[in-house]
Design a protein around this ligand. Structure first.
Ligand code: ATP
Length: 499
């Protein structure tokens, strides 16, 4: 069977060093990935572009880098400890475990057809959709376990005392207790040292609201931005890095005066959507999807997702819309909750108007890994260079700003002083901070194709004319056109093109 686009992207990602399975030589770990030499550059360029456009290019946003482990009460105030859970269901037929809210909908009591064990050659079975109104996403069966709540936060313990010893000491006493009391007893021991890996970066910004207000002398409207790791013990993970348990977020909390929140919400919807297209993402594969009332968190006034049309395989074929970023009007909920739990006054006093208020928050929350995957999928192209000869090239059409390698430098042949000149040019570009790559092996055409496949926008070739006239050939990745430019000032030439 022909490989699907997604399969080709996954194999290119591995072969060329974008994304590897974590701990691969140990058999891998489900839904954990490592970025290879090119992947780390791509992701870093995306995060840098986000930071530059969200923080450095604005007067009204400052950055933060908060600790991943926070005071456990933060998660009580934020609602994560009680409510950060997904309804989890097991399929009794194929044993898949999935999230009820993401399962395919079906009319309760209607007929459903599926195969025994979810296997292609399994016996054909006919079932009935239960009152929950969904079926198993893998086999289509309606024979499902009841929903269970599952906390998505990773718990660990902090402190010099290992709770294990106390649990062992308590074991003798708890035999006599019933199941509920036993659980409570054990929890009372674990809770003393329990801390959590943050499931989002946002809370670090809320709890530092006063610190930033006072130290950076900001006044609303202003934002605090943060880029960093978050952790969620996701039930279903899939599609390479789309949904993983450890991922990086790029979040902005923008504090505004109540009453101006709707205007700012509109502003950030547009600004964030435009950001993806400014980095070359195909606007036809992007959309804004407004949450309807039933989807909105109880405290949110409005929320919209920026979605990308990924080439994921699904039973219907032809790709799938997936969230890249959520933009929410979170009202004054978070600051008020933290004020309530800490007794601190988390508000802003406007001296001119003598007006004190708790700011509303507009939150554009993006994922760095999902953005990286989307840019990778979006860049992927197969171009028929010569249809008659069946000559097809694979090219990643990255915007130069995010391309992992900006310039490849080749000597035409490995003699006549060409390698030395090419190495000199490579060093000059690297010294300018332009990520460049020297390659002398194989025919020149093959070298161009290798760089097309990793999305390098420009290739520079040193040939006999370079030695006589001091010029080099620049070959464009997308048009494959070539032109000659002087070798002197080559770093400045590419600096200008990268602007
Ligand atoms: P989803 O509905 O897909 O679970 P979410 O609405 O829970 O996502 P948010 O809490 O709004 O996501 O997080 C903001 C962004 O962080 C998401 O838009 C996504 O880009 C990223 N993100 C969230 N969860 C994951 C994950 N498990 N793996 C990778 N990225 C994630």
């Amino acid at each position: 069977m022909a490989e699907s686009t997604m399969q080709k992207i996954v194999s290119l990602a591995k072969r060329r060093g974008f994304i590897f399975q974590s701990s691969e030589i140990y058999g891998g770990l489900k839904a954990c990935y490592d970025y290879g030499p090119l992947g780390v550059e791509l992701k870093r360029n995306i995060k840098d572009a986000w930071w530059r456009d969200t923080v450095h290019r604005r007067e009204d946003v400052v950055g933060l880098d908060c600790s991943i482990i926070m005071h456990p009460d933060v998660w009580k105030a934020s609602g994560h400890l009680a409510g950060f859970s997904d309804p989890l269901v097991d399929c009794r037929n194929c044993k898949e475990r999935f999230r009820a809210d993401k399962a395919p909908r079906a009319e309760p009591a209607s007929k459903t057809l599926y195969r025994e064990g979810g296997k292609k050659d399994g016996k054909k079975l006919e079932g009935v959709v239960g009152p929950q109104g969904y079926v198993c996403p893998v086999c289509g069966s309606g024979d499902l376990s009841p929903e269970r709540q599952f906390n998505l936060m990773f718990r660990t313990s902090l402190g010099p005392v290992d709770p294990m010893q106390e649990i062992l000491d308590a074991v003798d006493d708890i035999h006599a207790l019933d199941a509920k009391a036993r659980r409570e007893k054990l929890w009372s021991i674990i809770e003393q040292t329990a801390v959590y890996l943050r499931p989002e970066t946002a809370q670090g910004m809320f709890v530092n609201f006063l610190n930033v207000l006072n130290s950076a002398r900001m006044k609303p409207p202003f934002g605090i931005a943060q880029c960093g790791k978050s952790y969620r013990n996701e039930i279903t993970t899939s599609n390479l890095t789309f949904r993983t348990c450890e991922f990086e977020q790029m979040e902005l909390e923008f504090f505004v005066e109540p009453g101006t929140d709707e205007k700012w919400y509109e502003y950030w919807r547009k600004t964030r959507l435009d950001w993806y297209t400014s980095l070359g993402m195909n606007p036809g594969r992007l959309r804004l999807r407004d949450h309807d009332q039933s989807e909105l968190a109880h405290y949110a006034k409005a929320c919209v997702d920026i979605e990308y049309f990924f080439p994921f395989e699904n039973p219907q074929g032809g790709g799938e819309w997936g969230e890249l970023e959520g933009i929410a009007n979170r009202t004054d909920y978070d600051l008020k909750r933290h004020a309530e739990f800490t007794g601190k006054e988390l508000s802003y006093f406007e001296t001119e108007t003598k007006n004190r208020y708790v700011p509303y928050v507009i939150e554009p929350a993006a994922g760095a890994d999902r953005a990286t995957l989307a840019f990778l999928c979006d860049a992927y192209d197969e171009e028929a260079v010569d249809a008659e000869k069946n000559d097809v090239r694979t090219v990643l059409r990255f915007h130069p700003r995010i391309a992992p390698v900006k310039v490849a430098v080749f000597p035409l042949v490995k003699k006549d002083g060409m390698p030395e000149k090419a190495k000199e040019v490579t060093r000059e570009l690297l010294a300018e901070g332009i990520n460049s790559f020297y390659d002398e092996s194989g025919a020149i055409g093959r070298r161009y194709r290798r760089m097309d496949e990793v999305g390098t926008p420009w290739c520079v070739t040193i040939d006999t004319d370079t030695l006589s006239s001091g010029t080099v050939t620049v070959r464009e990745r997308d048009s494959m056109e070539q032109s000659r430019i002087p070798m002197g000032g080559i770093a400045q030439y590419f600096r200008n093109r990268l602007k």
